[in-house]
Design a protein around this ligand. Structure first.
Ligand code: FEO
Ligand code: CA
Ligand code: CA
Ligand code: CA
Length: 598
């Protein structure tokens, strides 16, 4: 429904006070209940969580570590779609210093020496994803035990490689001579749910899981460099040859994709959809276009990387779920150019068009996709300030893009869409496709908010003046447009800039006189990032994913010590002296029932 122009706020809740402590805080009148924590059972037979007696077998049946994306998918036979469904969860990465006793804090080389094969196997099983059946009874959400839908995806789960890059010589390894199957997914950050109820889970910083070197003249050396391979953030290559690029040079080409998983069938084989491109995918927000095709908006989260859109060749079949199961294998991938006059253009990444030819080392569409970033470089796409989450308002067709920050942008490198040098707090761009057509190659755009503390003039933030000192946000990352068409933004890292505030979930007005007003609804415990935000269709529940509570950073300097398993800055959510902090999912509901925020 169209919203009246005027000063009436769309969001109605008492604002949370910004600050830093070891607990979460939700707006008065709301309950925030812990739904599931790292180590809680997912599969039948999972042992109880015991941080002193962890094992890979146990972890493979238990809820994984850092929970980023959350997708809520109502069960087809649910009596009420908003009280019984599947929750799909990405397990993005691990914090070894908070997971395991005795590890040194953020001293990578020292930690590598202590990361035995046994610990590596545990942390591998803590990656991937979980499928949970959840139900709300008497106002309380819980995970249905021993559900037939329950599933853990790990770096060992076999997956199919599909789409134009499948079968490319550059996808072949000693494990897979055909270039068509791969074990696992890595660093799955945000994601999406398709209209046919599959889960799109997006591989982000896959480069960090590899070690080893390419020789300068290796055919993959240029490609690897553009993605930061091998990042050597984890020492998995010490125990597994496939994570050592000097032994398995094509393995990194098999990561950095969008993975489609059917959560209704726990035996389904996940598919890496290569048509959607290879980069550090943040998420995959989709919208059914007016011609029936699906458009997926995506960010590539790195400083000076790009915003992408994929448009399927075929239309979504709303009557026949099975007919959509390979829809994502054919379509056109585009990258965005933002022009100074507020217009923009989607540039197609199609082999043979423009510079994407043999002359530049692209022999096929597979090459264009495996080296998506280099192809986009050649097309002259706009270099952005770390594109993170995207979402679409299907009522207005407006698309929201979170640009989290980019302190390396120099004054001579600013452009209209990234107007601040040393952009520490990021901004939010609103895009509107021409003709309300998500398949169109032209759009209009404007900046909704430049983020940061509006009381510090040098920062140059541009909130609506109705924003309070508690309500301004920095480092926008995750995003959700709820079923009422309202914008919610989760932040990542704003405490790292001595702001005196942990990350949180903010309601952001997008229309009328209050457009650009931001308001704090939920605040994380120290060290944590606010991920996931996902509402049920009735908007009576908001799920949030609280990643890495207690993680090292500026914010816990106030606590005067290093934050480790043995002496963490918080023991959220249990506050049990025998338990470390645990990444967890929180279900937020209005006390006494009703819609969140009015
Ligand atoms: Fe995993 Fe770009 O955040
Ligand atoms: Ca993110
Ligand atoms: Ca982030
Ligand atoms: Ca994080």
């Amino acid at each position: 429904a169209a919203r009246a122009e005027g000063a009436a706020p769309v969001f109605d809740f008492p604002e949370v006070t910004a600050g830093v402590d070891d607990k979460h805080h939700v707006a008065n009148g709301y309950d925030a209940q812990i739904l599931i924590r790292w180590g809680d059972p997912v599969l039948s037979g999972a042992p109880d969580f015991d941080p002193q007696k962890q094992s890979a077998d146990a972890q493979a049946k238990q809820f994984g570590y850092n929970n980023d994306y959350l997708g809520y998918i109502p069960l087809p036979d649910a009596e009420n779609p908003s009280t019984h469904g599947l929750l799909v969860v990405n397990h993005e990465f691990t914090n070894e210093e908070l997971m395991f006793p005795g590890l040194p804090k953020q001293d990578k080389d020292a930690a590598f020496g202590q990361m035995t094969k046994e610990l590596v196997d545990i942390e591998m099983m803590a990656h991937g994803g979980s499928v949970l059946e959840i139900r709300k009874e008497n106002g309380t959400w819980s995970v249905v035990p021993d559900s037939k839908y329950a599933r853990r995806i790990t770096p060992e789960t076999e997956m199919t490689i599909s789409g134009p890059a499948a079968g490319s010589d550059r996808m072949k390894t000693s494990y897979d001579a055909e270039g068509r199957k791969v074990r696992g997914m890595l660093n799955n950050c945000a994601g999406g749910v398709t209209p046919w109820g599959t889960w799109l889970t997006c591989e982000e910083n896959f480069n960090g899981y590899f070690w080893g070197d390419y020789s300068d003249d290796h055919p993959e050396a240029r490609n690897a460099k553009r993605y930061g391979v091998a990042g050597r953030w984890y020492n998995w290559g010490q125990y597994y040859d496939r994570f050592d690029v000097s032994k398995e040079p094509n393995e990194p080409n098999r990561f950095g994709w969008v993975v489609e998983i059917d959560p209704l069938d726990p035996n389904s084989v996940p598919k890496k959809r290569t048509a959607i491109g290879r980069f550090k995918h943040e998420g995959a927000a989709s919208v059914v276009n007016k011609d029936g095709r699906l458009a997926i908006y995506q960010g590539d989260d790195q400083r000076f990387d790009y915003v992408y859109k994929f448009v399927t060749q075929g239309a979504v079949n709303s009557d026949d779920r099975a007919a959509n199961m390979d829809l994502l294998d054919a379509g056109t991938l585009y990258v965005a150019r933002y022009d100074a006059d507020g217009t923009g253009e989607w540039l197609p990444l199609v082999h043979g068009e423009g510079p994407l030819t043999d002359t530049n080392g692209f022999a096929s569409q597979a090459d264009v996709l495996i080296e998506t970033r280099r192809a986009a470089d050649l097309l002259g796409a706009t270099k952005m300030d770390r594109p993170e989450g995207t979402d679409v308002n299907p009522q207005t067709q407006k698309v929201y893009v979170m640009l989290t920050n980019n302190t390396r942008r120099k004054p001579e490198d600013v452009n209209a869409a990234n107007p601040r040098a040393k952009n520490a707090f990021g901004h939010i761009i609103e895009m509107h496709p021409d003709g309300d057509d998500h398949a169109a190659t032209t759009f209009k755009w404007e900046i909704l908010i430049k983020c940061g503390d509006p009381s510090i003039a040098e920062i140059g933030a541009t909130f609506n003046p109705a924003t309070t000192r508690d309500g301004w946000l920095g480092m926008p990352d995750t995003v959700c447009v709820d079923a009422k068409g309202r914008l919610w933004v989760g932040t990542d890292g704003q405490a790292e800039d001595s702001t005196g505030r942990t990350d949180g979930l903010y309601a952001v007005e997008t229309e009328g006189a209050l457009r650009g007003t931001s308001k704090l609804f939920f605040r994380c415990p120290v060290g944590a990032e606010l991920c996931g935000p996902e509402a049920t269709p009735d908007v009576e529940t908001f799920f949030v994913a609280i990643q890495h509570p207690g993680e090292d950073g500026e914010s816990w300097k106030a606590f005067g010590r290093a934050s480790t398993f043995d002496d963490p800055a918080t023991r959220w959510p249990d506050f049990d002296p025998n338990l470390p902090p645990r990444p967890s999912i929180v279900a937020i509901t209005k006390r006494g029932g009703g819609k969140i925020a009015g």
